[in-house]
Design a protein around this ligand. Structure first.
Ligand code: ADE
Ligand code: ZN
Length: 352
């Protein structure tokens, strides 16, 4: 029987069984290489590379180029609906009970953004009805898009978007595109007025100045990545004081060349500096990671027990954009699991 603080890093099965919450995962990156191969054959598109080596990249720029290639195969609302359904099923199989999932309309050139987001929401709804993860949507602007486009998206999301939409994201390659947060100041202000949660990728390919910019101009509730905040003590203090959560993705940062391995990742020092951190997968199929695998790696590297996995999960619930009733329900589901583990460990103590 697994215990909560067995003193050693928890095994992958115990982590998978733990009811988890994920806040930084891209729906387009939940597509498997096999499904991409099927879609390429259906549309008569030659594979960019053989399926076995499709998901191999050395830099963020290369990853995003390949990302754009396979997303071009996502051509219909039916494909979008099924992708969302399959993503919720995959996440549930990994023990995730609730997820806020990013989708980037810029990566779907064959669909208008409104039917795309409606189709994804419908897939999540159907999946939830079948007992899979409860997935909410955070549509994401790409940093190269215009403020006008982004404002149109936000108006629609906040006034007539599906109820599964809970927030707004922003992603792209900050290193290539430069300083783009100021462009979206009014867009994010409008998102706040309309009651949408606000997050943005920053401090991944940009340094701490990208995080400062995003906080100052976009008034974020939380930051996706944000790991390069570690280079600026004043920023660490600011994040800790204001309790701004960083949605960290260790393996993704290793794959795109930010760190040589998880042992050199900033996650430990960020936590030591008092910054609220959640653990996330970012691009599950496209980087061959699962949230359970990420927790296992972080646990091995930082000496975490299941108590630390629990604490990080509760932090994710507290940073989630869902309403407080739903957050309370997620905490109750965690309570129930923890209680079962505690009862098992008590039984073990009585029957050594
Ligand atoms: N889109 C999907 N994954 C991303 C990442 N890690 N950084 C920026 N944009 C992304
Ligand atoms: Zn991301």
């Amino acid at each position: 029987m697994t215990t909560l603080d067995g003193g050693t890093a928890p095994g992958i099965e115990a982590i998978r069984a733990f009811p988890k919450v994920e806040l930084h995962v891209h729906v387009e990156a939940c597509l498997s290489a096999e499904r991409i191969e099927e879609l390429a054959a259906e549309f008569g598109v030659p594979m960019l590379r053989p399926a076995e080596s499709l998901f191999v990249y050395a830099t963020l720029a290369e990853f995003l180029e390949v990302y754009e290639w396979w997303c071009d195969l996502l051509r219909t609302a039916e494909i979008a609906e099924q992708l969302a359904y399959d993503a919720a099923a995959q996440l549930r199989a990994d023990g995730i009970i609730y997820a806020e999932v990013l989708c980037g309309p810029r990566y779907w050139p064959h669909l208008r953004r409104e039917p795309l987001i409606e189709a994804l929401a419908a897939g999540f709804e159907r999946a939830y009805g079948d007992g899979h993860a409860d997935c909410r949507l955070t549509p994401s602007i790409s940093r190269e898009q215009s403020a006008e486009w982004a404002m149109g998206l936000v108006e629609w999301l906040g006034t007539s978007g599906p109820s599964r939409v809970v927030g707004l994201g922003l992603d792209g390659n900050e290193e290539l595109l430069g300083r783009t947060s100021p462009k979206f100041t009014e867009v994010y202000a409008r998102a706040a007025e309309l009651g949408l949660g606000r997050t943005a990728h920053a401090g991944e390919s940009s340094g701490p100045e990208g995080v400062w910019d995003a906080l100052e101009h976009l008034h974020l509730d939380r930051v996706d990545h944000g790991v390069r905040s570690i280079e600026d003590p004043a920023l660490l203090e600011h994040l800790a004081e204001r309790e701004i959560t960083l949605n960290v993705t260790p393996t993704s940062n290793v794959i795109t060349g930010l760190y040589p391995d998880v042992d050199h990742h900033a996650v430990g020092p960020l936590i030591e500096a008092g910054v609220p951190v959640t653990i996330n997968s970012d691009d599950p199929k496209a980087m061959n990671v699962t949230l359970s695998g990420e927790f296992a790696e972080v646990s091995r590297s930082l000496g975490w027990t299941l108590l630390d996995v629990e604490a990080a999960t509760r932090r994710a619930v507290d940073a989630a954009f869902c309403d407080r009733d739903q957050a309370a329900d997620l905490h109750r589901q965690i309570d129930a699991h923890v209680e079962t583990l505690e009862q098992g460990s008590l039984r073990k103590d009585h029957n050594p």
